[in-house]
Design a protein. Structure first.
Length: 198
């Protein structure tokens, strides 16, 4: 018995096991059974049919073809070939790593990496040693008071920062900043200028 199922919005698949289990293995919970057939060739054909009918991508390999490949992979010849390839690969990797580790260039590179790492650690330590006073000083440089004017140039209000003006008036922060810098004429129907630029 072969069940063709649909995981809505994801795929159409085919299984000889319980569709609930198969769908759960794929990380989903919702599915619907589209069709149940008795032989594997028909199951492969119907799976392709439903993939096309429901608008899903067709599988590169049919259900029947995938089962054949899985069975071939279990043969003693295939297992022996995999094991041999794995042994050769590990031997090659180990030889290359040992040879590469002892060259003068690799030793010099490791020493340089250690030096760079120590410099990085020192820099990171200094960054974490910022005091509340130094943070306040840096923040004060970033926060600039802005002045709000109407379209005719009449003064309306002084704001302590662009952020505060933006939050209060629901005007995009970036536009207020660009207007204050002279890159835009208006932002939110107002003219804006940095207090320090007057």
């Amino acid at each position: 018995m072969y069940t063709i199922y649909e995981i809505p919005g994801v795929k159409v698949g085919c299984t000889s096991r319980s569709p609930e289990v198969r769908v759960k293995e794929q990380g989903h919970t919702q599915f619907r059974v589209v069709e149940v057939v008795t032989d594997i060739s028909t199951a492969s054909e119907r799976e392709e049919y439903w993939q096309e009918q429901l608008g899903y991508r067709k599988d590169m390999n049919t259900y029947n073809g995938m089962l054949k490949m899985a069975k071939l992979a279990q043969t003693p010849e295939a297992t022996a070939k995999r094991n041999k390839t794995q042994r050769v690969s590990e031997k090659y990797k180990n030889t290359r790593v040992t040879e590469q580790m002892n060259t003068p260039q690799s030793i010099a590179k490791r020493k340089e990496t250690c030096k760079t790492s120590e410099k990085y650690k020192e820099t990171r330590t200094n960054v974490h040693m910022l005091t509340p006073q130094s943070i306040a000083k840096k923040t004060a440089k970033l926060i600039k008071p802005v002045l709000q004017f109407d379209k005719q140039g009449g003064f309306i209000k002084e704001w302590p920062s662009i952020k505060e003006a933006s939050n209060s008036l629901s005007i995009y922060r970036g536009d207020i900043g660009r207007c204050s810098s002279g890159k835009l004429k208006q932002a939110g129907g107002y003219i804006w200028k940095y207090k320090s630029m007057l």
